[in-house]
Design a protein around this ligand. Structure first.
Ligand code: COS
Length: 380
């Protein structure tokens, strides 16, 4: 089923058409095998990069595609409907390019064309085993030694861990709290940067996260991104935009589930007619479709604020919260529409259900999104 889209330019319609071709031609035939075998799709991501989809919302002068966030998110949505791990990879990579793009010095910014073209894959190291939601309490330490930062500590849940070419590392260069945190950017081949065995996850098995141990990793002092002590603010600003990417992934996943369940309900016959003709199923599909439309509207409204240069942090938190909770409900109901068939891996809905769960957790749990929204309401 196609979603009627209103896009700002003719170029944006062409871009979405190209994305649909890639999703149908490159992603759909591969997703089941890669997810089953737990194989990281690096070559597929190179194809995505060559098609210009790895740096969409960044200016063309830096090697990006100069697309509004509103358009970039709809690209993510289409990718997510085909293969969530690829959409999440594009979203996390786009997030990982933000610190250098927004705060990097001239030398660091020279890498932007390779980053935004997808030749270099990025990772974002904020969470730690003891500090996930409470990001300001992170303990990975960077000590100045001559011309280097010597980084020691463990980062957790790192998407692209062991596959990335560059790692944004948020580490403590000063005292406790948010003002003691800085951001450095490390190459994958830095001695002492040690990716661990990937986690065994419920979903997203082709791209499981991994811990990264920093064992006295020496990172040249010139790889500090932004000012010393500015790391927490950089991390939060990157996440504001990143959370919209996760919301778009949720919308795409949920739309796929609605489409699949609807097609099934039109085919499947019981009591002499298609099950979609029973109100019990038809109303379920109606609620699912409505939740997806609402999630998309909220997500794109936040993106339009961002595109207009207006504050969008709270609207991004609302979009991430609503869209990922909607994806969980919709994928759960999609299984119910298929009945027993929904519970077995012959159909993709059980995978979408497993994948939806992680979206309620990554880039700030939905409890953290509620906290951000509640604070904005109750603080003076
Ligand atoms: N943009 C810019 N600055 C921000 C910001 C944002 N979105 N959010 C917070 N800041 C600034 C604050 O303004 C504050 O600076 P000042 O003291 O100068 O005003 C500073 O950062 C500290 O903010 P705050 O006091 O709100 O920090 P908290 O420790 O209370 O933490 C939350 C805030 C909980 C929102 C933050 O820790 C968070 O987002 N946690 C979840 C982390 C996460 O998403 N992890 C997933 C990792 S990637 S998979």
């Amino acid at each position: 089923m196609t979603v009627e889209r209103i896009l700002p330019t003719e170029e944006a319609y062409e871009l979405l058409g190209l994305t649909r071709e890639i999703a149908d031609g490159e992603l759909a035939p591969r997703v089941a095998r890669f997810e089953e075998q737990g194989e990281f799709p690096r070559e597929v991501l190179r194809t995505i990069g060559r098609s210009g989809l790895m740096g969409l919302p960044y200016p063309e002068t830096d090697g990006g595609a100069g697309q509004p966030y509103e358009v970039y998110l709809q690209v993510l949505e289409i990718l997510a409907g085909s293969w969530l791990a690829i959409a999440e990879a594009v979203s996390v990579h786009t997030l990982s390019c933000f610190p250098v793009y927004a705060f990097g010095n001239e030398r660091q910014r020279k890498s932007l064309p390779d980053m935004l073209g997808g030749d270099l894959l990025g990772a974002y190291c904020l969470s730690e085993p003891q500090g996930g939601s409470d990001a300001a309490s992170l303990t990975t330490r960077a000590e100045k030694d001559g011309c280097d930062w010597v980084v020691t500590g463990t980062k957790a849940w790192i998407t692209h861990g062991g596959h990335a070419d560059f790692y944004n590392v948020f580490c403590r260069t000063g005292g406790p709290g948010p003002t003691g945190i800085s951001c450095v950017i490390a190459d994958a081949d830095t001695p002492g940067l040690l990716p661990q065995i990937p986690e065994r996850t419920m979903g997203l098995r082709s791209s499981p996260p991994a811990q990264i141990v920093f064992d006295g990793a020496r990172i040249p002092a010139e790889r500090l991104v932004g000012d010393e002590g500015a790391g927490f603010r950089i991390a939060m600003q990157a996440l504001d935009a990143g959370r919209l990417g996760i919301a778009a992934c949720a919308v795409g996943l949920a739309q796929a589930a609605v489409d699949y369940a609807t097609a099934y309900a039109k085919e499947r016959q019981q009591f002499g007619k298609a099950i979609g003709e029973f109100q019990g199923i038809g109303f379920m599909l109606a609620d699912m479709a409505t939740q997806v439309s609402a999630a998309r509207a909220l997500t794109l409204a936040a993106a339009r604020l961002k595109d207009a240069g207006r504050p969008f942090s709270i609207e991004a938190a609302k979009a991430k919260l609503f869209a990922t909770d909607a994806a969980m409900r919709v994928t759960t109901d999609a299984i119910q529409v298929l009945g027993g068939a929904g519970y077995v891996s012959d159909h993709p809905v059980e995978r979408w259900f497993r994948e939806a769960k992680v979206l309620q957790i990554v880039e700030g749990t939905n409890q953290i999104q509620r906290l951000v929204i509640a604070r904005s309401l109750t603080r003076d």
